[in-house]
Design a binder for this molecule. Structure first.
Ligand code: DC
Length: 225
């Protein structure tokens, strides 16, 4: 079936900009599949750390390509080799190392090919850093979601607290700043808005307001609703 029978919505933006929360909600309202590609980079990072490999070493990290299985179960929880790791991937050791893993070209190509397979012939909302620029370059709707770094750190801090993950606000802020830098300075597929992406600054917007803006954008483009 022609890909154009399906609609892809690409949502990109920096860490803790609220992408996952709004993308999940938008997908459920539209009855589209939601794919959190950051969870896949985190699952790969967890695999590297659990195998006692050095995440700062590209060659060592590359050695798991094709040898591990990353997918989503029926609850849309990310699984590593068949085990639900949705909680472990949010821990500090993963957050501290995931940007190194995400900067390695061969690992990106491995995960991008999985992402494209998942997205094939489906109505989909996919969030990440390079969805509109690389993974789903032909997406019908592209949104770049950002927010001030302090606001993003506050959000990540309260999210962690809710999940029972022990971090301070300062740790969240430092981690987000470091990841912003690495994510936007890597050679292959750095974080940047696609030329045809529509920007939304969510600093002073509620989740509901962001989702409404997205629905408006989709409507204006002539798709659904
Ligand atoms: O969205 P997140 O914070 O869970 O993403 C984790 C890391 O993975 C983040 O540092 C950037 C990286 N990432 C990426 O490089 N490309 C993607 N498509 C998704 C995430």
């Amino acid at each position: 079936m022609d890909k154009k029978n399906f609609i892809s919505i690409a949502i990109d933006g920096p860490s803790a900009s609220g992408k996952s929360t709004v993308a999940k909600l938008l997908a459920s309202r539209l009855n589209f599949l939601y794919v959190d590609t950051g969870a896949m980079y985190r699952a790969y990072t967890l695999a590297v750390l659990s195998s006692s490999l050095n995440a700062k070493n590209e060659k060592e990290s590359d050695s798991l390509i094709g040898k591990i299985e990353i997918n989503f179960d029926e609850n849309n929880h990310v699984c590593l080799n068949g085990k639900d790791v949705s909680k472990e991937i949010r821990e500090n050791n993963v957050a501290d190392n995931v940007s190194y893993i995400a900067s390695y070209k061969n690992i990106r190509l491995f995960l991008v090919s999985l992402q494209r397979k998942i997205a094939n012939n489906k109505n989909i909302v996919m969030d990440g850093r390079d969805i509109g620029t690389y993974v789903l370059k032909d997406a019908e709707v592209k949104i770049f979601l950002s927010a001030d770094v302090e606001e993003r750190a506050r959000r990540r801090f309260s999210e962690n607290k809710e999940k029972g993950i022990d971090t301070s606000y300062e740790e969240c802020l430092e981690n987000i700043k470091k990841r912003d830098y690495i994510d936007s300075h890597r050679d292959f597929c750095p974080l940047r808005p696609a030329s045809d992406a529509i920007h939304i600054d969510s600093t002073n917007l509620s989740i509901e307001e962001v989702v409404s803006k997205m629905e408006e954008i989709i409507k204006k483009k002539g798709y659904l609703l």
